[in-house]
Write a protein that binds this ligand. Structure first.
Ligand SMILES: NC(=O)c1ccc[n+]([C@@H]2O[C@H](COP(=O)([O-])OP(=O)(O)OC[C@H]3O[C@@H](n4cnc5c(N)ncnc54)[C@H](OP(=O)(O)O)[C@@H]3O)[C@@H](O)[C@H]2O)c1
Length: 343
């Protein structure tokens, strides 16, 4: 199988190379591409590989092309590749909400994949973490509503976002003036920014819209009531989310906890907390602090046992791996396992 990675020098592209290597995919030829030529710029299976400028011609002859190069590269190259019969697995938002295009998180909705599909957008990283955590609840008790506040890491804004955050941290630690931010709206070090993406005329951010729209599509719940506030926090890698949810059927914490114990792609913490630094570099979504969401005026210690519909939880996942690269590679593994791509 001949595989190309467009955006191989970026935060997600570099992680795709690492995950392909770790999971030992049957790759005969690997092509690595970015916006311009660079010698010995990325590492794969112990070798330093040249990176080539992306062109239509350079992408010929690859069975599978991963895109981690932003909206422009995907829009420019993906349609012609699909036309020629290549499989495209695209981390940008370009095609995610198009009718007839599947949006697949293998641990959530693998059944949505059909033999005729060639183009596979990878969902928004925050939506992937959220939907992996919500799937067991949807399956056990149905979902009527979701409210989520996110705590998103600096590397979610790519290599430039991470570099800006780290430079800011160094300046603060040295007592220097904050460097002028260019990726983020304000300095991120020792701060939190309630702005991820760009605001539209209604006050919603583009990230908040993606979380809501893609969650409905991934969970197959077009009528789901869902709201989000997306916040950037001074964390290197891994997104966290505080979730309040309403089930359709009344249930209790014990029944939902049992569902989490057996759910794919989830590590469930019955007690204690889990943080972004705990999960950096890992592939699972961690769920903790599952509880009944609304406390009555009197402190009723038995309320977790009562059947009810309102719950809260905390979930965390490495957004470069779980929310992007690992999900992308798992889509390819699914295609290989079904025989839709020859290894
Ligand atoms: N960061 C995350 O946590 C995350 C999570 C999920 C999805 N995503 C999505 O994944 C994509 C990549 O994000 P990232 O965070 O990895 O960004 P990044 O660190 O800024 O890397 C971008 C990569 O794309 C390349 N590139 C830029 N323009 C290109 C073009 N016109 N043609 C070919 N290559 C081009 C860059 O090459 P040069 O080095 O030559 O500039 C670089 O390799 C984006 O669509 C992003 O929305 C990111």
């Amino acid at each position: 199988m001949n595989v190309a990675v467009v955006g191989a020098t970026g935060a997600v592209g570099e992680t795709i190379l690492r995950v392909l290597e770790e999971r030992d995919l049957p790759i005969a030829r690997l092509g690595t591409f970015a916006s311009r030529d660079r010698r010995a710029a990325v590492r794969f299976r112990g070798d330093l590989l040249d990176v080539r400028a992306t062109t239509h011609e350079a992408l010929r002859g690859f069975d599978v092309v991963f895109f981690a190069g932003g909206e422009d590269a995907s829009e420019q190259y993906a349609p012609a590749l699909v036309e020629r019969g290549s499989i495209v697995i695209d981390n940008s938002a370009t095609f995610r909400m198009r009718d007839g295009v599947p949006l697949i998180v293998p641990d959530v909705n693998a059944a949505a994949l059909q033999a005729e599909h060639r183009l596979f957008p990878v969902a928004n990283c925050t939506a992937i973490v959220l939907c992996t955590a919500l799937r067991p609840i949807r399956d056990v008790a149905g979902l009527r509503g979701v409210r989520v506040a996110t705590y998103q890491a600096a590397s979610g804004a790519g290599r430039a976002g991470l570099d800006e955050f780290l430079a800011g941290e160094r300046a603060v630690a040295a007592g220097d003036a904050d460097p002028e931010p260019s990726v983020f709206a304000r300095p991120l070090a020792r701060n939190v920014l309630p702005e991820v993406g760009s605001f539209d005329g209604t006050g919603w951010s583009s990230e908040e819209r993606k979380i809501c729209d893609e969650t409905r599509k991934l969970l197959g719940l077009p009528q789901l009531a869902i709201g989000a506030t997306a916040v950037r926090v001074p964390v290197r890698t891994a997104h966290s989310e505080a979730v309040f949810l309403e089930t359709v059927r009344a249930t209790n914490v014990a029944e939902l906890a049992a569902a989490f114990e057996h759910a794919p792609g989830i590590v469930f913490h019955r007690r204690g907390i889990v943080t972004p630094r705990d999960v950096e570099g890992t592939d699972d979504v961690h769920v903790a602090r599952l509880r009944a969401a609304l406390r009555q005026a009197q402190d009723d210690k038995a309320q977790d046992d009562k059947a009810q519909t309102e719950f809260a939880l905390w979930c965390v996942g490495d957004q470069l791996r779980r929310g992007a690269a690992t999900n992308a590679v798992q889509i390819l593994e699914l295609l290989l396992s079904k025989g839709y791509v020859a290894g």
